[in-house]
Write a protein that binds this ligand. Structure first.
Ligand code: NAD
Ligand code: MG
Length: 383
């Protein structure tokens, strides 16, 4: 029996994780759950999965829900300190990192430090602190198992392979709802248009990132850290059907790819049960019904976020922290209708241009750059 803590259990990845766990009660036990503000959802999850601990990050939501959760027999933690405590619970074996954005950085980092296996969906933490995480993982010998579908695909394809034989990682991208559009058309898109992802149902932030192609940029940085390849050996490829989740190209000219229906329960189940595979997780794939799979190069001129992310990965040091924080603020401003869709990359680029990249030695410095970039981005938006 594996004891699982889910950071961000009320989100899209969190609820999919609980669906997987519900199918295998003999293998997984929910030890801890967390939310920021979604207390009704959390209370329902507590009734169904009976965790011993929960954490509510938002102070007001904590006050509102504390009594009813205590009556359920749960220990209720709160705030950033509570989240770190939840992530480091002695009895937990796997911590599912499913918070969105840099808010998940500290709890995930301390979970890794306390020896947990991390099932990682929260890509922003690797974008901001990839070197630190990989160093920590290598020193301790524990694992970060990717949940992001592309990285899960790559992870599955490299099992049993010699790392030195890998030539290139090719991350596939659906292209989002605006694939094929030109800049003039993008200038008119609304928040609702951007939230209509063609293949995946996900949280708002990643859905907007998919529409700008920033998601693929963040994933290239995530892959760079997870698999140790240089930026020159990582590419993005538009594949509208989201059936091939990514491809590893080897030195001899062979490629291995992982295919499945677009369903996050696949990568989540693999991360929880690795190296085993669980039965009946996704709909089986029937390629004869799908008929054809298509591929094209991404349009980096119309979707500049991809190049900004790539640039930040090549510069390294604190630049990806700044890219990520600026993106989080710009996306949230777009969702609040403060800026237009095409202003997102313009704002991020401005903040990157005023930043002097700095060496990152510890988590405090990373958090400091993250705060700096958030404040600068808000200034840029206001001007
Ligand atoms: P979501 O918005 O649906 O859920 C986010 C979760 O984090 C919620 O439980 C929320 O309560 C919690 N949260 C948000 N802000 C918080 C804060 N400040 N402090 C504490 N908790 C906070 O997001 P999601 O779509 O599930 O994505 C989660 C992560 O997984 C993201 O990093 C995303 O990029 C990655 N991811 C998601 C998908 C997907 O299919 N949804 C796929 C691949 C990767
Ligand atoms: Mg992905």
């Amino acid at each position: 029996m594996k004891n699982i803590v889910i950071l961000g259990s009320t989100g899209s990845i969190g609820t999919n994780t609980l669906e997987v766990i519900a199918k295998y009660p003999d293998r997984f036990k929910v030890l801890g759950l967390s939310t920021n503000t979604a207390i009704d959802k959390l209370i329902n999850q507590v009734k169904l999965f009976k965790p011993a601990f929960v954490c509510i990050s938002d102070e007001n939501s904590y006050k509102l829900a504390k009594d009813s959760l205590t009556k359920e027999g749960v220990t209720v933690l709160s705030g950033e300190v509570g989240l770190v405590e939840l992530a480091c619970l002695d009895d937990a074996q796997i911590v599912v990192a499913a918070i969105v954005g840099c808010a998940g950085l500290e709890p995930t980092y301390y979970a890794l430090k306390s020896g947990k296996t991390i099932a990682l969906a929260n890509k922003e933490v690797l974008v901001s602190a990839g070197d630190l995480f990989i160093r920590e993982m290598n020193e301790r010998g524990n694992h970060i198992i990717p949940v992001d579908s592309e990285h899960s695909a790559l992870f599955q394809c490299i099992q049993g392979q010699d790392k030195k034989s890998i030539k290139k990682l090719i991350l596939t991208a659906s292209g989002g709802p605006f694939c094929g559009m030109k800049r003039e058309e993008l200038a008119k898109v609304t928040v609702n248009d951007a939230l209509k992802h063609p293949n995946w149902s996900m949280g708002k932030k990643i859905t907007i990132d998919s529409a700008t192609l920033m998601n693929k940029g963040l994933e290239m940085i995530e892959a760079h850290h997870l698999f140790g390849l240089s930026p020159n050996n990582i590419e993005a490829l538009i594949h509208r059907q989201s059936i091939i989740h990514s491809i590893v190209a080897f030195k001899d000219g062979s490629c291995l790819a992982q295919l499945s229906m677009p369903d996050m329960k696949g990568p989540i189940a693999y991360a929880l049960s690795y190296p085993e595979r669980l039965e009946n997780i996704m709909e089986p794939l029937d390629l004869s019904i799908l008929g054809k799979l298509t591929f094209e190069k991404p349009d980096k001129t119309t979707f500049p976020c991809l190049s900004l992310a790539y640039e930040s990965m090549k510069i390294g040091k604190s630049m990806p922290v700044v890219l990520n924080a600026a993106n989080e603020i710009a996306v949230s401003a777009f969702l609040d209708s403060m800026i237009s869709f095409i202003e997102i990359p313009v704002i991020i680029e401005k903040v990157m241009n005023i930043h002097q990249p700095f060496e990152l030695s510890n988590i405090e410095i990373i958090l400091e750059f993250d705060r700096w970039a958030r404040n600068k981005t808000m200034e840029v938006i206001k001007n």
